[in-house]
Design a binder for this molecule. Structure first.
Ligand code: UD1
Length: 417
């Protein structure tokens, strides 16, 4: 296994380029199962999760070629609409093939993902949505088995906002018979990137205010060519890194309209951020002010930035309260940040963070993707050397994170453990 070693306290400066969004490219790759025509996806980040999705598509019998940042996918024929446990357990987003496989083949067998480090993460709403579209769904030996010759349009309201749940049901309904109305859908920009792709394929989808979609089923869909949106979570991660440990960083490709909640919070913390066409520039802060935050579905503050924000609050000038409303166990980084000298008390879904003067380097363990990023940022800001173990989590969702940090002057390197 690989670990990262970080020599903290170096002031970073320079430019980084934001990669394509992990949470957009994965559903878009799944959408290519809806057609036998060629689909071309540009700005594809080289991530472990993308590689896993390529592997899954190949197991399904799909032709995939990946050249530089472009994926060409042709699902001429599906061999067997089965997503095996071995793959699904390494990447929960594999469940995104459920809707498209069912729509295309009338049958899908997809392993249940199971729990993960940040909570239980059930897929009950995906299943309810498919049932509302007249599919029969059973759970057998850890697999979801869904059948429907052709799904029938229906009105369905999600009890809770779910990102991949919305994406799965939208993909299931684009070829259903008649009209589907989905209420309480997720508003994340990645969902809209997927909807843009589905429309390019010929799907008839319209937004009905305030958070509903109306979908008119079509008989078949065509291929598409699409450039994946920039990763707003990666951009937010670099904004926080810049605030904590830089002179000045220019974050190229970051879209400020996707980052409104994050930017407002950072302004409240006294961070200076300016925008240029196609870039955000963050100045390192001499003093970071504490500010409470609550995670919420988009356009709220993203749960995927909570861990990085906690690292920043650890050295803020005062106390802040971080409330996690999306995932019940998403505070595993708190104990690791404490090992670096942070003063954090976790009480149910709240973390009370009392800012300390400085963090100190320590050996720590990454437990999930965003927690890993939080620990790397904390290590960059800390005095002395840190070792972050189990960084395979980081490689799942950040393209060349350590390489990009190195280009900003960070002293960071990989070791084998
Ligand atoms: C997606 C993102 C992930 C992000 C999360 C929340 C991808 C590939 N992943 O995950 O990075 O952290 O959104 O913004 O896009 N829930 C249910 N039943 C369901 C589905 C969800 O109870 O059937 C609950 C979850 O346990 C959680 C909440 O709903 O408490 C939101 O989860 P959801 O939006 O579905 O997260 P993911 O789509 O898995």
């Amino acid at each position: 296994m690989e670990a990262l070693v970080v020599e903290g306290g170096v002031r970073l400066s320079g430019e980084v380029e934001i990669s394509g969004a992990k949470n957009a490219v994965l559903p878009i790759m799944a959408a290519s199962l809806l057609t036998d025509k060629e689909c071309v996806i540009h700005n594809v980040p080289d991530l472990r999760d993308v590689r896993t999705m390529v592997k899954l598509l190949e197991i399904l019998g799909v032709e995939v070629s990946w050249n530089d940042k472009t994926l060409r996918i042709k699902a001429g024929r599906i061999k067997e609409p089965l997503a095996p446990y071995d793959l699904v357990k390494t990447m929960r987003a594999s469940v995104l093939v459920l809707g498209p496989l069912l729509a295309r083949e009338g049958y899908a067998k997809v392993s249940l993902p199971g729990g993960c480090a940040i909570g239980e993460r059930p897929i009950d709403l995906h299943i309810k949505g498919l049932k509302a579209l007249s599919a029969s769904v059973d759970i057998e030996e850890g697999y979801v088995i869904a059948k429907a010759d052709r799904m029938k349009g229906a009105t369905f309201a999600f009890d809770k906002v779910t990102v991949t749940g919305t994406e799965n049901i939208v993909m299931a309904s684009v070829m259903a018979e008649g009209e589907t109305v989905l209420e309480n859908v997720a508003q994340e920009p990645e969902v809209w990137d997927l909807i843009t792709v589905l429309k390019k394929m010929g799907a008839l989808i319209e937004k009905v205010e305030p958070n509903s979609l109306r979908i008119m089923g079509v008989k078949s869909l065509s291929g598409f060519e699409h450039k994946v949106m920039p990763d707003r979570i990666e951009a937010a991660t670099f904004l926080i890194t810049g605030a904590m440990c830089s002179e000045k960083i220019t974050i190229k490709g970051a879209k400020k309209e996707h980052l409104v909640a994050v930017l407002s919070k950072l302004y409240e913390c006294g961070i200076k951020i300016t925008s240029q066409e196609n870039a955000l520039i963050v100045d390192g802060a001499d003093e970071i002010l504490p500010a409470d935050v609550e995670t919420n579905p988009y356009p709220g503050f993203p749960t995927d930035v909570q861990a990085q924000y906690m690292a920043m609050m650890s050295i803020a000038k005062g106390t802040s309260v971080i409330t996690e409303n999306i995932f019940e166990k998403r505070f595993t980084h708190a104990a690791e940040l404490r090992r670096m000298g942070a003063n954090i008390i976790v009480d149910a879904n709240k973390a009370i963070v009392r800012g300390v003067k400085e963090l100190k380097g320590a050996p720590v363990m990454a437990s999930d993707l965003r927690a890993s990023a939080s620990l790397v940022i904390a290590a960059l800001a800390a005095k002395g050397k840190s070792k972050i173990s189990r960084i395979y989590h980081l490689d799942r969702g950040y393209e060349n994170f350590d390489g990009k940090l190195k280009s900003l002057g960070a002293k960071i390197w990989r070791i084998k453990e």
